[in-house]
Design a protein around this ligand. Structure first.
Ligand SMILES: Nc1ncnc2c1ncn2[C@@H]1O[C@H](COP(=O)(O)OP(=O)(O)O)[C@@H](O)[C@H]1O
Ligand SMILES: [Mg+2]
Length: 254
């Protein structure tokens, strides 16, 4: 894979993932939709960032481009030192498998596998590459799943299933975990649990999490919130609180 200089080489922080002047146009001609307009944004290693904005503002598109799930129209995406734009399909598949973790709104666990088997599935797919029993134990304990390992997804609550999905995303020690509305299917108590665990995975395990959400309460668990509107980056906020996020969203939707 190609190695490229970081976009902010004078900055001492390490960027887990960054985008430069990202443009994404769906379709062509009169019916084309421009979902991202020159978006530049960087996510530091070991931080928890929420991406927020009105429906249709480009949140999911940005996440998909950063995670190598979708191609970009122009601009650059660096995952660590690897430029994603121009990578071949095979390299992209490997990179998604080994260097990126995903948590979706629908937990997407395999119903016939136990919690433990779901968690280690990414390692099994990679032929056990990167298996590290000490890391596995830390992830399981951090996510409070020790006494649930032998259960099937159908025997777990929604919150527990999403914690298994988080553990599965973390098991390969990815450069970044991307979460798209991870609490969208959970009640407020389970949401709080999952968000606390995501935050712990950042602050105690040193992982990097980028989460798309429209929920101010969820965003308040993050270290930083990046706002989008009409495919552009507008504002950002550090140490968000529910009240400040709601206020910022009101301004965005005005
Ligand atoms: N596959 C697609 N084809 C065409 N337009 C799309 C596609 N995906 C998203 N869009 C459009 O791009 C814009 C941004 O969508 P999206 O990133 O899903 O926004 P958000 O996640 O903030 O709701 C919207 O106008 C949406 O309709
Ligand atoms: Mg979306």
């Amino acid at each position: 894979m190609s190695v490229t200089a970081r976009p902010d080489s004078q900055d001492m922080r390490t960027w887990a993932v960054s985008a430069r002047e990202l443009v994404k146009v769906y379709g062509a001609g009169e019916t084309s939709v421009t979902a991202l307009r020159q978006v530049s944004v960087a996510f530091a290693s070991g931080t928890f960032t929420a991406i927020m904005g009105p429906s249709g503002s480009g949140k999911s598109t940005l996440m998909h481009c950063l995670a190598g799930l979708d191609t970009v129209t122009s601009g650059s995406v660096l995952l660590g030192d690897t430029e994603l734009v121009g990578l071949g399909d095979k390299q992209m598949t490997l990179l998604r498998r080994q260097r990126v973790g995903f948590v979706f709104q629908a937990f997407n666990l395999l119903p016939t596998l136990t919690a433990a088997q779901n968690i280690t599935l990414p390692l099994d797919i990679a032929g056990r590459r990167g298996a590290d029993p000490a890391w596995r134990d830390r992830v399981i304990d951090t996510l409070g799943l020790r006494d649930r390992l032998g259960h099937l997804p159908s025997e777990l609550s929604g919150g527990q299933q999403q914690r298994v999905a988080c553990a599965r995303a973390l098991i390969t020690r990815p450069d970044v975990v991307f979460a798209d509305e991870p609490t969208g299917n959970l009640d407020s108590r389970s949401s709080g649990e999952v968000l606390s665990f995501l935050r712990m995975s950042v602050h105690e395990l040193g992982q990097t999490v980028v989460m798309v959400t429209h929920d101010a309460a969820a965003a308040s668990y993050a270290d930083r919130v990046v706002f989008l509107r009409d495919g552009r980056r507008t504002d950002e906020m550090t140490e968000p609180t529910v009240e400040r996020v709601l206020e910022a969203l009101k301004t965005l939707e005005r």
